[in-house]
Design a protein around this ligand. Structure first.
Ligand code: GLV
Length: 378
């Protein structure tokens, strides 16, 4: 890890260490990947203002996100199947996040269960919720998150149906990993991964195992999402979730001003401007292009978080300058996890922290609350 200086380095190592189906799953966008690419291209087009001769010796990246003190405006977002990028991946990533003083979000579709993770870490984590057809089960998931003392519920609202990712079909992605010749050959070239996943606690969706029918071997994620996820999901369901979960609620997957206005009236603590990392509606606008519009519409009513293409501390600075309170990363930390487990995730966070610190200095700011649109060239 000594020669790792950027997230791209972690990605290159992860690509060698993680079996193709799981690496590709994380990396892919949906369909032609237009929105996936737009997330990065548009971020790079947001130009920072170089400022000089400002005393920047008292820099501090600490702030709050949904009222929680964080050492930098960054959280680990929910990623399905993290425990198949590396055995016990959710536990390793959560430990790295907590050690760095930032939040970790566990996905409903994680490999460890809520209870596994709660037993393995000593600080509260956030829990991401997918609303499935079986509302009794959804209620029990929320209750399990409350019993595990999760400090926020992240309700994903942009995945009632799954945007197709071509590689997942081509790779025959399945959970637990399908032991087909093609996959076995690929896995044999990744002995570290085989060892870590075999010594992991579980190989299938830990939160659903034993609760949801047809979980034994999920042949195709798309098929399974199609059978379990609820296409009828609508804003009334948010009221229902609220009635069961009185704690902090974060609505994730808002990309439209009209939707943001509705989300702001739900009593949620925050919303996340997100297009699911370019994995859902292909052809949708980039996340960063919608951020200032959402902030202008509802920023005074609800905290606005951001995800979509963050790979550097400069990207975090851009999103904050456009009004985000904090950012979530997915791929950037999963690459760290695949590359080096807990230390790899810690490295990913550290890279982004240092880039943010330096970029704050070179734009002439000392504190996160001094970051605003004046930091951008317009
Ligand atoms: C699930 O959240 C996915 O994007 O695959």
């Amino acid at each position: 890890m000594k020669n790792v200086t950027c997230i791209e380095d972690l990605r290159n190592i992860a690509r060698c260490k993680v079996p193709r189906a799981f690496f590709d799953y994380v990396e892919a966008g949906s369909y032609s990947q237009e929105t996936l690419r737009a997330n990065r291209v548009d971020l790079e087009q947001v130009k920072l203002r170089q400022r000089v001769m400002v005393d920047v010796s008292s820099r501090d990246t600490a702030t709050t996100m949904v009222g929680e003190t964080v050492s930098l405006p960054l959280g680990l977002g929910p990623v399905a199947m993290t425990g198949l990028e590396r055995g016990n991946g959710e536990i390793l990533a959560c430990r790295a996040a907590h050690a760095a003083g930032i939040p970790f979000t566990m996905s409903t579709l994680s490999i460890c269960s809520i209870e596994d993770l709660a037993a393995a870490v000593d600080k509260p984590f956030w829990f991401q919720l997918y609303v499935m057809k079986d509302r009794g089960f959804v209620r029990s998931l929320i209750e399990r998150a409350a019993a595990a003392k999760c400090s926020a519920l992240v309700l994903t609202v942009d995945l009632q149906v799954l945007g197709q990712r071509h590689v997942d079909i081509k790779n025959g992605l399945s959970v637990p990993p399908a032991l087909k010749i093609k996959n076995l050959i690929n896995m044999m070239t990744k002995p570290g991964w085989v060892f870590s996943v075999l010594s992991g606690k579980r190989w299938t969706f830990g939160n659903l195992d034993g609760h949801v029918k047809g979980m034994g071997n999920v042949k195709s994620l798309a098929q399974w999402v199609g059978s379990q996820f609820d296409e009828t999901l609508n804003w009334k369901d948010v009221e229902w979730v609220r009635s069961i979960w009185p704690g902090k609620l974060i609505i994730k997957g808002i990309l439209d001003v009209e939707d943001a206005r509705v989300a702001a009236k739900t009593g949620a603590t925050a919303l996340v401007v997100s297009n699911h990392g370019g994995r859902q509606l292909d052809g949708a606008a980039s996340s960063i292009s919608m951020l200032p519009k959402v902030v202008d519409a509802v920023g005074s009513e609800i905290e606005v978080l951001f995800d979509g293409g963050i790979r550097t501390g400069q990207d975090v600075l851009r999103a904050l300058a456009l009004g985000a309170r904090g950012c979530l990363i997915g791929r950037a930390y999963i690459f760290g996890l695949g590359a080096g487990g807990e230390a790899g995730v810690a490295k990913a966070i550290d890279i982004i922290r240092k880039e943010l610190e330096v970029s704050m200095a070179l734009t002439g700011v000392n504190r996160v609350d001094e970051i605003g649109r004046h930091v951008l060239l317009r």
